[in-house]
Design a protein around this ligand. Structure first.
Ligand code: AP5
Length: 207
């Protein structure tokens, strides 16, 4: 069975962590607009670079992001989509280019989100994700997987993290409501260990 899974949630809810595990479990593509944009941060577009929006915690303009998602989904035989759609226009565009088998919302309290974001560290070389308290590396500042340096994402300062949360509540919560109104949204409590949250999502996807 092909899996077309959409994972929704606020910044720091664990979308990246869980999407990677799900894509691995089901052998499908992990499509993440955040990573795609970070890999093309300096790309010149008619709106400016993605970096100029991301470092301020704002959304990158829809045409740039829509094109990335369309290209990524076109050839995918199943996917876990993470970071998109983030507003109602993106949701409408998504419905034009694909169907979905499951829409899952990861629910996490706002102060837990801020702790997760400000404590996150990512490997400069391989992109592996850590948290100084919740998922620490064996040696502080060093990636367990490749020995690379662990750094803080530029948008993970407390000020920008809070701005990203505001953008989520203003722009992306209407998307959550849209899927809820359609009766296709399943909410999963995201406040547990990553393995426990994964089991909860797997239950939803398989049942
Ligand atoms: P993006 O990269 O998508 O960031 P985000 O949505 O803000 O999500 P995060 O990556 O911060 O969090 P996450 O939910 O993936 O959590 P994670 O698993 O890492 O987007 C960045 C920017 O790109 C946006 O601000 C925007 O500018 C632009 N952009 C992206 N998509 C766009 C779009 N569609 N349209 C326009 N612009 C777009 O976990 C977070 C931390 O918590 C980690 O340290 C992790 O170790 C820890 N953690 C995870 N799960 C648990 C757990 N269960 N218990 C304890 N700790 C945990």
């Amino acid at each position: 069975m092909s899996h077309r899974i959409l994972l929704l949630g606020a910044p720091g809810a664990g979308k990246g962590t869980q999407s990677a595990k799900l894509a691995d479990e089901y052998g499908v593509e992990h499509v993440t607009t955040g990573d795609a944009l970070r890999a093309n941060k300096e790309m010149e577009t008619e709106y400016g670079t993605p970096k100029s929006f991301m470092d301020a915690g704002e959304l990158v303009p829809d045409p740039v992001v829509n094109e990335i998602v369309k290209a990524a989904l076109e050839d995918a035989d199943g996917f876990v989509l993470d970071g998109y759609p983030r507003n109602l226009d993106q949701a409408e565009y998504l419905s034009e280019i694909t169907d979905l088998d499951a829409v899952v919302l990861l629910d996490v309290d706002e102060e837990v989100l801020v702790d997760r974001l400000t404590g996150r560290r990512v490997c400069d070389d391989c992109g592996a994700n850590y948290h100084v308290d919740f998922q620490p590396p064996e040696e502080p500042g060093v990636c367990d997987e490749c020995g690379g340096d662990l750094v803080q994402r530029e948008d993970d300062t407390e000020e920008t993290a809070r701005e990203r949360l505001e953008v989520f509540y203003d722009n992306t919560e209407p998307v959550v409501d849209h899927f809820r109104d359609e009766g296709v949204l399943v909410e999963v409590d995201g406040e547990a260990t990553p393995d426990e949250v994964f089991e909860r999502i797997r239950d939803v996807v398989e049942n």
